[in-house]
Design a protein around this ligand. Structure first.
Ligand code: SF4
Ligand code: SF3
Length: 555
């Protein structure tokens, strides 16, 4: 196996003998084969689109499949075997509409050898195929590999956010067309470096569109988030812990637990849900338990009750709580060695039945307390811009010197203490704008406020980085600036998985300059590609707190 899609990749170069995330070789190879099959399906669907006979369910299916291959989503061989078989069957069905009895040769003329293979390979042949032929390393040129893989990782992020919007009834055919074109491009040997860089930026601008779509879907369904202090302590009732990013799942769980005596706690990326008016109506939504995803082994054990993982980040579970850990959507886990397979709650006619989880919760003790305080969230664009006048006055009056965007992901590497130290060392006239699970490194610190404006403004989940973009663009307008880079905003972003890759591409597509990225640069970015990013966007890696404070804040 070879995987270098996330920040924790072994030795900063690639996982070759099992993943740092717990992904085993068998699953890694199946994920590679799924991506290979998706490229063939995309090619055939593109040909079908030209004749207006394309598969109308291509978009949601491909997004779900791509999302499943994102870091810490699915560790289950059976899931990927089925997904590969479904992809080939869908490809064949659409191919038949294009080529019928005439065969594929006309459609394939001009396609690369790889693409022709991916568009015609049978399921048996694909399953028997040498893993090296479908691996990331099968693209020999390191720069081409870098550009193609970065694009695929951006697509995974796009798919993740696209699926959430789709679940809430928001779709955009243009996004599907882009996913199709981008997948096909990764087997096109005729593209220049400029064209491949162009596709990365196009992926970023599609990222802005899809995040905006998800924002509209979330706020349309659940209202505009408002600043909210969320309890971090626990009560005496048994509880269910819900983690991940899927707000629709939270809504269904809250409805079904109403009046049962079972409390619902959020975990990780579900924390910002407390700020939506629609969820504040539920008295059974009682607080947030724990921190970012990587601490779940300890926290899930102590929670004592059932846990529902709606999306990433799932860590291979400990035996102590595996029997009360459930998955839904495309999250999955199985282990051939121990025979453990986590139960997945399916969707039927748009609904999920959580009665098994609720019944189990009733038999479990209340959660063991981890802490007892509050954490504030809910500073999405609507809430933050409603106090825009106050913010603008504070900037003009010199009380706020700089906004520091510290969005992104958290992770287990101990170097990430940097983000806590950086937040603590920031001068008192700076405000942190955050979104994503990166916030857990500093959202419980008492950093105070500036004239009533908290010094940490949490816009929400990683997809709510869109809110940070809206806030920046609106501030630029208010200050009469044409260039968003002229604002007193600096970027010190932490990444871990591929949604963060998409967010980064989204910022670059908006021409945001001088982004500082850490705790390491993506292994998929080759030295030459990095050079392009430095020359075009002046992107750089974070260093130590003192040096970064000097270059970002003092100067
Ligand atoms: Fe390694 Fe990250 Fe890939 Fe897991 S997702 S195998 S940790 S690079
Ligand atoms: Fe976190 Fe996984 Fe990325 Fe949504 S939950 S930000 S890492």
């Amino acid at each position: 196996m070879f995987c270098y899609q996330c920040e924790e990749t072994i030795n900063g170069t690639g996982c070759t003998n099992g993943g740092a995330c717990g992904k085993k070789e068998d699953v890694a190879v199946l994920q590679d084969k799924l991506i290979y099959a998706l490229k063939g399906y995309a090619f055939c669907n593109m040909k079908a689109r030209e004749k207006n006979v394309d598969d109308k369910t291509f978009g949601p299916f491909v997004m779900e499949a791509l999302f499943a291959t994102l870091t810490n989503v699915n560790f289950d061989e059976d899931y990927f075997k089925k997904s590969i078989a479904d992809t080939i069957a869908r490809r064949d069905a659409v191919c038949h509409k294009v080529c019928g009895n005439a065969g594929c040769s006309a459609a394939l003329s001009g396609a690369s050898k790889k693409m022709a293979d991916a568009a015609t390979i049978s399921l048996d042949q694909l399953m028997a195929k040498n893993p090296a032929d479908v691996s990331v390393l099968a693209t020999e040129n390191v720069d081409v590999r870098s550009l193609r893989e970065t694009l695929v990782y951006g697509l995974k992020g796009l798919a993740a956010y696209g699926i959430h919007a789709c679940i809430l009834g928001s779709e955009n055919e243009e996004i599907y067309k882009f996913i199709e074109k981008a997948l096909v491009s990764t087997f096109d040997d005729t593209l220049s470096v400029d064209q491949m860089v162009g596709l990365l930026l196009e992926c970023g601008s599609n990222g802005v569109t899809v995040m905006a779509m998800l924002d509209a879907a979330n706020t349309g369904a659940y209202g505009n988030p408002a600043p909210t202090a969320v309890k971090t302590g626990v009560g005496k009732n048994p509880g269910i812990l819900i983690s991940g990013h899927d707000l629709k799942d939270l809504e269904m769980l809250l409805e079904q637990t109403k009046g049962t005596g079972v409390d619902v706690y959020t975990h990780g990326e579900m924390l910002p849900a407390h700020a939506y008016p629609a969820f504040q109506k539920y008295t059974n939504l009682v607080g947030n338990y724990g921190n970012a995803w990587w601490q779940q082994k300890d926290e899930f054990e102590k929670f004592n009750g059932p846990i529902l993982m709606t999306t990433n980040c799932l860590v291979p579970p400990k035996e102590s709580y595996a029997n009360r850990l459930f998955t839904t959507n495309m999250v999955g886990f199985s282990d051939k060695k121990t025979g453990l397979k986590l139960k997945n709650i399916p969707v039927k006619d748009g609904k999920k039945d959580f009665s098994e989880i609720i019944a189990l919760a009733k038999k479990c003790p209340a959660p063991t307390p981890l802490e007892d305080g509050t954490v504030t969230t809910g500073f999405a664009h609507n809430a933050t811009l409603s106090v825009a006048d106050k913010v603008i006055d504070a900037v003009k009056g010199g009380q706020i010197k700089k906004f520091v965007v510290m969005a992104g992901c958290d992770g287990r590497h101990k170097e990430r203490v940097y983000y806590t130290e950086f937040a603590q060392a920031l001068p008192k006239d700076t405000v942190i704008l955050t979104a994503g699970c990166a916030k857990y490194r500093y959202n419980k610190l008492d950093l105070g406020d500036i004239g009533g404006i908290p010094r940490v403004l949490d816009a929400g989940q990683c997809n709510d980085c869109y809110s940070l973009v809206v806030i920046a663009l609106e501030l630029a307008k208010a200050f009469g600036l044409e260039n968003v880079n002229d604002l007193p905003v600096v970027y010190n972003i932490a990444w871990y998985e591929q949604k963060a890759c998409l967010v980064l591409l989204a910022l670059l597509s908006l021409n945001v300059q001088n982004i500082v990225l850490g705790p390491v640069l993506p292994a998929c970015v080759s030295p030459n590609v990095l050079d392009v990013l430095i020359k075009t966007f002046n992107i750089s890696k974070n260093s130590d707190v003192d040096a970064d404070m000097k270059r970002l804040i003092t100067i």
